[in-house]
Ligand binder design. Sequence first.
Ligand code: ADP
Ligand code: 3PG
Ligand code: MG
Length: 401
Amino acid sequence: MGQIKFITDFDDQFYYNKKVFVRVDFNVKVQDNVVSEDYRIRSAVPTIEYLVKRGAKVILGTHLDRPKGKDYRFSLRPVSKKLAEILTAFDARVTFSEDCIGSETNKMVNNMKNGEVLLLENLRFYPEEEINDENFSAALSSYADVYINDAFSTSHRKHSSTYGVAKFFDYRIAGFNLAQELQYLSLLRERPANPFTLVIGGVKIKDKIGALDHLLPKADKVLIGGAASYTFLKAKGYSVGESIIEEDYLPWVTKALQAHREKIILPIDHKVAPSEKSDHYQIIQTDIPKGMRGYDIGDKTIQKFSYEIHNNGLGTIFWNGPMGYFEKEIFSNGTKSVAVSMALAYWRGVKTLIGGGDTLEAMKVSGVSEKEVTHVSTGGGATLRFLAGDEMPGIDVLKNY
Ligand code: ADP
Ligand code: 3PG
Ligand code: MG
């Protein structure tokens, strides 16, 4: 298999007057027609700016959410507004095409001037996108001379715009976002600088098993909080009351505990309540009684986790998954403390990496900025799959020269 070509592997003249189709991942949070979280959009800006400044015509394609056909609640119009706002910084004109294929879109592409940006409507308005339909891929490819993938977070999908379309191009290239994700996440996956501390929380152990299988043997310390910790505590024989657990994964968890007992650190106290609607909590050490659910790690656990993060020295820390039901203020302390400890570790020189949509949100809620983290991955599922060593069709297709 060949090498990946990066955007800077071509000279500046290469992009001049060329139509470049860039697969971005602008699958962002939109509330009341306004983009409420724009990290993924900002992550694609270096690639867009680079192309605009070299006189390319930049055609951007992305999905938003998982619409069934043309459902305009999932239109990219609000995203195009946000993008235009961000791109005013270097005077790039952004237009929006109300479809992603068809004669109108074709016309708009043909009328583009050098240095202009055109955002296409949601690619998933056509079911052909997700089944990697050959004709749909051909239609998308007809717009451009060059294909760039700058959407790491959707590269685990074998869809038309992430995979099928690339095969129609002689030039298929990795953009800056993809390159940066590959650089940091490959290091994390293959040879993280030790000491290596893993901080795992959130829900759905199921989605994280592959990544954990790969990372647990490399880790020196593994801190497990959030809902994920109750399956581990249950496997160790503690009562967890009505806390969220994943019964089906108890055997995997039991094995992981046996193999890595000395490095896995579980909560020693919990904030519990009868339901997420409760406005009060109790602090419980060890066993959680019947009728109660754990919603956050307790203060002793916070101290222990903060100490372990501090104790990392000059290695690597990867954090995925909030420490509790942080969306509710009274259960957000554990998550906020971990976020702040991560920022302090970064300032001390530790390589810190964060992955996961909710973890990114949690970091923001905690007042920690992306600049206080070595690398914030744009990926959710893609990051976990990549760390597990799974196939990434959107990346592999770039190697196929
Ligand atoms: P990410 O998107 O960062 O990978 P996950 O999707 O795995 O993270 O988990 C995030 C969700 O987990 C959040 O919505 C958070 O409220 C929830 N969560 C974490 N701990 C608990 C808990 N103890 N009880 C209920 N929900 C929890
Ligand atoms: C994501 O949000 O993880 C990516 O945009 C992929 O979205 P999908 O899981 O709907 O394919
Ligand atoms: Mg999530």
